[in-house]
Design a protein around this ligand. Structure first.
Ligand SMILES: *[C@@H]1O[C@H](CO)[C@@H](O)[C@H](O)[C@H]1NC(C)=O
Ligand SMILES: *[C@@H]1O[C@H](CO)[C@@H](O)[C@H](O)[C@H]1NC(C)=O
Length: 469
């Protein structure tokens, strides 16, 4: 068994800062590297014995450290130089290098080294001497002297590239590429997953991964790759009235009576009344989403657009007294006295007045006057048959002639004889109401010898309504 005790070949005197004084630096003069067959213990004892403290009482200019030490300005101490690290191939062959204070040792690999290499005196701040590792490569002994795996990754003993991941293995380690990376040459390079068409719509490559994106109106499905339609209607689509989801988008619609605004979202009321003047018989009133027809006073709406005269006499909405008769006409009504007979006429029934033949005043007068009432609308197309007159009593061989005796000064009416006993009152000109005619329609009855002549009058009041309905 051979040992070498070597003197540091690179040892040199180093100096501390001027004016400072090292606190008792240790001087260890060594012999040159000499082969020896001494026992290790003896050698170590020799070393310790030679390590005698010695003052460096040099003038207070600077402090020097002896060979194998160098000045550490931080700790203000001379610090041991680890020759095993600083000297290339400090030990040759199968020998291993053991650093100790002020020098180093070359020992067989199997040799055990005691810890205490320094003698008395203040201990310099140095780590304990490394034990030789009796374990296989990649393992180190623990306190129980059994070999445990060295985590090269945690202890930064690996040579993985920054782009690589270090994985500790029993006795060794492995450099691998992170997920989403592929090894090209020595480096890990991001895989462009988008080239493999993983995404249904769009793909965004990311370092180590990728992300699928969907076109507007779609969202990522649960697998993060396919795109599913978004029901915008459930997610607050800005439709003002109605929303219809469709594939990839949505449509706004409006309720009836509204039309979609140019913006595609809002709805504006349609003015139906402006579309046609025939929507309502009288007046069209536009309302939000619809329209309604209105009728003039005295009328009521029939269905949706037509106006119907209210028969106030039938409905009881009139104000006529007991002594009066209610007469309805288009747009209103009239209360007329039940007895309208004027001297020398006397009333014989509700609407009938008679001039007694015994009364001399009646000689030139129609023998009877019957009151009748009727109503027509404005602007009837003409000629229009409006009223038929009929003789109530028919005498054999008698002939009846009909004429308008009064109330037709403007010739708005004429009589068309139908036969011996009846005639038609005809409206000759279009008339506009409200207006009122009182026509005396006279029927003259004659016998064939013209020896008998009798006259009776039908006093017809014609109310012309204000409207065409
Ligand atoms: C989809 O992505 C989300 C968020 O990134 C994630 O939480 C989820 O696990 C992914 N789903 C699938 C099937 O990959
Ligand atoms: C009507 O008058 C004709 C003569 O013009 C006469 O022959 C006829 O009998 C009359 N009819 C009636 C019902 O009076």
């Amino acid at each position: 068994m051979k040992f070498w005790h070597c003197r540091s070949q690179s040892s040199r005197r180093s100096r501390g800062p001027r004016g400072r004084r090292g606190p008792n630096p240790r001087m260890l003069p060594f012999a040159s590297c000499l082969p020896g067959s001494l026992l290790l213990w003896a050698l170590l004892l020799l070393l310790l014995g030679a390590a005698s403290p010695q003052d460096s009482e040099e003038p207070d200019s600077y402090t020097e450290c002896t060979d194998g030490y160098e000045w550490d300005p931080d700790s203000q101490h001379c610090r041991d130089v680890n020759e095993c690290l600083t000297i290339p191939e400090a030990c040759k062959g199968e020998m291993k290098c053991i650093n100790h204070y002020g020098g180093y040792l070359c020992l067989p690999r199997s040799a055990a080294v005691i810890n205490d290499l320094h003698g008395e005196g203040p201990p310099p701040p140095v780590p304990p001497v490394q034990h030789p590792n009796p374990c296989p490569p990649g393992y180190e002994p623990d306190e129980q002297e059994s070999c445990v795996d060295v985590d090269e990754c945690a202890q930064a003993l690996h040579d993985c590239r920054p782009s690589q991941q270090c994985h500790n293995l029993p006795g060794s380690y492995q450099c691998t590429c992170p997920d989403g990376y592929r090894k090209i040459g020595p480096e890990c390079v991001d895989i462009d997953e988008c080239r493999y068409r993983y995404c249904q719509h769009r793909c965004v490559n990311l370092p180590g991964s990728f992300r699928c994106q969907c076109e507007p109106g779609f969202q990522l499905g649960p697998n993060n790759r396919s795109c599913v339609d978004v029901n915008e209607c459930d997610m607050g689509a800005p439709c003002e009235q109605r929303c219809f989801n469709s594939y990839g988008t949505f449509l706004c619609r409006c309720h009836q009576g509204y039309e979609l605004h140019r913006d595609g979202f809002s709805c504006s009321d349609i003015d139906e009344c402006s579309y046609s003047s025939y929507l309502c018989q009288y007046r069209c009133v536009n309302e939000p989403g619809r329209f309604s027809c209105h009728c003039p006073q005295g009328y009521q709406l029939l269905a949706t657009r037509l106006c119907q005269d209210i028969d106030e006499c039938e409905s009881g909405a009139h104000q006529c007294s007991e002594a009066q008769t209610c007469v309805n006409f288009y747009g209103g009504y009239r209360c007329v006295d039940t007895n309208r007979c004027v001297e020398p006429y006397v009333q014989v029934s509700d609407n009938r007045c008679l001039c007694p033949a015994s009364n001399p005043l009646c000689r030139e007068q129609p023998s009877s006057i019957v009151h009748r009432y009727m109503t027509i609308t404005s602007e009837r197309s003409v000629p229009a048959d409006v009223f038929q007159i009929q003789a109530t009593s028919v005498y054999p061989g008698a002939y009846n002639a009909f004429q308008i005796r009064a109330g037709n000064s403007q010739g708005d009416f004429y009589i068309r004889q139908i036969n011996n006993v009846s005639a038609m009152l005809v409206l000759a000109r279009p008339v506009t109401g409200p207006r009122e005619y009182v026509l005396d329609l006279e029927m003259v009855t004659m016998n064939s010898l013209m020896s008998y002549r009798a006259s009776s009058v039908l006093r017809l009041t014609v109310f012309v309504g204000a409207y065409t309905f």
